[in-house]
Ligand binder design. Structure first.
Ligand SMILES: [Zn+2]
Length: 300
């Protein structure tokens, strides 16, 4: 495995899913759930890869629409965050609004159904592209946070690590004038707030003065190799792959489909809209995620 990169290019704002990949017909949940249950009867132990579509019912928005295009401004890029004080001021300033909404989000029916799949021994590992920890809150035991976790903060220069709430509280005390705004929350604890953050006072590492960053793999950064390899090992030991709620536009997620295909593992997708794996998947379900999973679990 040479390149392990969570990259936004070449899937930039202008990018759409290839026109050759036809959107699967929309399914009714009864039909989709029965088809998914059949898939699990044939391939009982699955690696489950989840994306933003699983968390939208918890009030955490998706980055992309059904065609894989950005619905909103692109999220912060890793190098820009590291290089620019202004970008960090804007990130942590908007985070004062965005983080509490993510912190207080509750798992929805999809998270609970996926947890049931684990209890029924149908999940070898849940690999999630989401950083909201809602699978864990729903009780799922074996979860890999592929892109990290938004609830912890680390120093980019030393080993310091703390809960995000601590940094949030300290930022709020330093910047009371920025706490009163309201805005829509973004998928990574960011928020849609376009104001001047020039006066925002940044919180630095209390040990070394280094840059503090949520323990999230920002776009343009690498997913740690060990994390990816451990997840791929779990895929290798599974009977197949099930992708739920992801258009697979980000390569770090799509790579699981490529390896599954290479290793002769069947792939099923359950997503509202198209995915980048239309030509690789043996079962493609374009249906309501929560309703489909409910029907599926009832038939296992
Ligand atoms: Zn430090």
């Amino acid at each position: 495995m040479s390149e392990i990169r969570h990259r936004s290019r070449p899937f930039s704002s202008a990018q759409r899913l290839p026109d050759t990949d036809i959107t699967p017909n929309a399914h009714q949940p009864e039909q989709a759930g029965a088809m998914l249950a059949d898939y699990m009867h044939s391939h009982p132990r699955l690696l489950i890869l989840t994306g933003a579509g699983v968390s939208t019912d918890s009030g955490i928005p998706d980055y992309r629409d059904g065609d894989g295009a950005w619905k909103r401004k692109q999220p912060v890029q890793h190098q820009a965050f590291m290089d620019s004080v202004q970008i960090r001021q804007r990130y942590w300033g908007r985070s004062l609004i965005g983080w509490p909404l993510m912190r207080n989000a509750s798992p929805n029916a999809s998270h609970h159904h996926i947890s049931q799949l684990e209890m029924l021994n149908h999940s070898s590992l849940v690999v999630t592209q989401n950083v909201d920890r809602l699978h864990q809150k729903a009780g799922t035991q074996a979860v890999t946070d592929l892109h990290g976790r938004a609830d912890e903060v680390l120093c980019m220069s030393c080993d310091y690590r703390c809960m995000r709430d601590e940094v949030h509280q300290r930022c709020a005390i330093l910047n009371p004038q920025f706490c009163a705004f309201t805005a829509d929350v973004a998928p990574d604890g960011d928020a849609d707030l376009d104001i001047d953050f020039a006066d925002f006072r940044l919180e630095d590492c209390p040990l070394c003065g280094g840059i503090l960053k949520p323990d999230v793999v920002f776009f343009g950064d690498y997913v740690p190799k060990k994390r990816v390899n451990a997840a791929l090992d779990a895929l290798k030991a599974s009977d197949g792959l099930l992708v739920i709620g992801s258009s697979l536009m980000v390569y770090s997620g799509f790579r699981f489909c490529r390896y599954a295909h290479e290793w002769g593992k069947p792939i099923a997708t359950l997503n509202l809209g198209r995915t980048r794996a239309e030509s690789l998947a043996m079962l493609r379900l374009n249906a309501s995620i929560a309703d489909t999973l409910q029907v599926c679990v009832s038939q296992l």
